[in-house]
Structures are given as structure tokens and as C-alpha cells.
Write a protein that binds this ligand. Structure first.
Ligand code: DGL
Length: 274
């Protein structure tokens, strides 16, 4: 591995661009190869076996593109396939996910708290966050709530109006989240509605820390690259954004997640099968 190699990032679709955006802000010299598995999206309602199969192929594809890091920028895929991808990649690249950096952040910053998690059905049902938080032994009371309407809502561009406010309120006023001190945004789409989530808690007069896995992940990645002397000194190539199924509407919504519209190049699905 050397510092000039690109960072490979993948997600079920476009949501992982929220993580990519923060990475580009704090690691401007790195070159990125992003892969959105739009042919198989959404992952949130898929089985663990299906997500593992897709993730293994994509990780292999990114490895063949000479990536020094393979970052699973999707909570659903992180929950289902992180261990598998690590096993498959071995020492050929560094494998990162979006769950472990958040767990490390909680380990360093939280004790005797009640922490809530919102995410897709796959992420919540996997129980991965619950297991890892319990293993910290920090006397943390943990609650998790699947919020499946939020991904299609955001992808439809509905995230700053009355409809989205009502849907967010409906989920966040769930009894299980009533006394939380912190809320983990357990889906890479959710940074888009972070402001509205914060506004909801302010409105009801509650102080709740919002833990954004895009930020915890980007910071953890920077520390790791620094520690292993793998930080790029200058940009070695232009960033590439690839998808397994190209449509113009995917391209249009990159703006929501990345802050600018990016060109998405179609990679034939069979290329990820080699
Ligand atoms: N970005 C995915 C995640 O973080 C959610 C979208 C999907 O269901 O594919 O879980």
C-alpha cells in the first residue's frame, strides 16, 4: 500500500456521498473512487445474505482499482458485511465501515447515558450497534428504532418542508426515544436531515446530542491514514463516481448528498462479478 493510491468508498446508492463530502473536506489531497450500487438499492430492506454478496463483489472491484482503503459508507452494508469484507480483503487494503468509528466515539465520550439509534430495518434488525455498545460496558441504555420512510423521503428531495417535519416528528416522538441524551444517525442519508432533527429536539425543549456517523468516520479515517503514514501529499488523480445502474435522476440527486452535481459513470454490473 502507498499513500498515492485512491480511497474506495461504496454505498447502496448515493447516500454514501454524505460521508465522501466530509472526507473531501478534511482530506482534500486524497483521490476518491466512489461506487454506488444503484442496481441493487435500497439495501435497507434486503437480506443479510444479499447485502453480503453485493458488498463482497464491490469490495473486490475496488481492490482491483488499487484502492488503499475500502470504506463501506452504508450502515446497512456495514452491519451485514463488514466482517466478511475484512476477511476477503485481508491485508491487501484497509477496510473501514461507518459503525465502528461511531462506537469508538461513544466509547470515548459517553457514559451512564441513554442513546438512541435510527436507521434502516436491516441496520436495526442486525443488532450490531446494540451488541457493540453493550460490549463497551459503559452503563449505556440503548434503544433503536427503524425509520424506513426517511430514505425515500430524502431521495424525493423532501427534507426541508412541513411534510418532512411531520414525518421526522412522528418518528422522533416515539415513546422509546423519550428520554435519550444522544441520537445516532445510523444511515448515511440522515446527515441531510440533521438540521431538522436538531430543530425537532429544540422545539420540544430537549438537549440531545446528534451523533453523525459521516463525521466520526471521516475523522477516524484521517487518524488511521496519519498513523500508518498513508496520507496523500497531493492529489494523484481526479475523483471518480461510479454506479452499477445509471439513470439521470440518480445524477440529479447527487446534489442533495454532495452539495454539487457529479457525473456518474456506469460500470457494467458484470465488471463487479469478475
Ligand atoms: N445508505 C443506506 C444506509 O446507510 C440506506 C439506503 C438503503 O437502504 O440502501 O443504511
Amino acid at each position: 500500500m502507498n499513500s498515492t493510491q485512491p480511497i474506495g468508498i461504496f454505498d447502496s446508492g448515493i447516500g454514501g456521498l454524505t460521508v465522501t463530502k466530509v472526507i473531501k473536506e478534511i482530506l482534500p489531497n486524497e483521490s476518491i473512487i466512489y461506487f454506488g450500487d444503484t442496481a441493487h438499492l435500497p439495501y435497507g430492506g434486503k437480506s443479510t445474505a444479499a447485502i453480503q454478496a453485493y458488498s463482497a463483489r464491490i469490495a473486490d472491484y475496488l481492490l482491483n482499482q488499487s484502492c488503499k482503503v475500502i470504506l463501506i459508507a452504508c450502515n446497512s452494508a456495514s452491519a451485514a458485511a463488514y466482517d466478511l469484507v475484512r476477511k476477503l480483503i485481508g491485508k491487501k487494503a484497509m477496510v473501514f465501515d461507518v459503525i465502528n468509528p461511531t462506537i469508538d466515539y461513544i466509547s470515548e465520550n459517553s457514559c451512564n447515558q441513554k442513546i438512541g439509534l435510527i436507521g434502516t430495518q436491516q441496520t436495526i434488525n442486525s443488532g450490531v450497534y446494540a451488541e457493540k455498545i453493550s460490549a463497551l460496558n459503559r452503563n449505556i441504555d440503548f434503544v433503536a428504532l427503524a425509520t424506513p420512510l426517511l430514505v425515500p423521503m430524502i431521495e424525493e428531495g423532501i427534507y426541508e418542508d412541513r411534510i418532512s417535519r411531520d414525518i421526522i416528528k412522528r418518528y422522533l416522538s416515539d415513546q422509546s426515544l423519550e428520554t435519550i441524551n444522544a441520537l445516532i444517525l445510523g444511515c448515511t442519508h440522515y446527515p441531510i436531515i440533521k438540521k431538522q432533527i436538531g430543530a425537532y429536539f429544540s422545539e420540544v425543549g430537549r438537549e440531545v446530542e446528534i451523533i453523525d456517523s459521516a463525521e466520526t468516520t471521516a475523522k477516524a479515517l484521517r487518524s488511521h491514514l496519519e498513523y500508518h503514514h498513508l496520507l496523500a501529499k497531493r492529489k494523484s488523480r481526479v475523483d471518480e463516481f461510479k454506479v452499477s445502474d445509471h439513470t439521470s435522476s440518480f445524477e440529479r440527486i447527487t446534489n442533495i448528498f454532495f452539495g454539487e452535481e457529479v457525473h456518474l459513470a456506469q460500470v457494467p454490473i458484470w465488471e463487479t462479478l469478475r
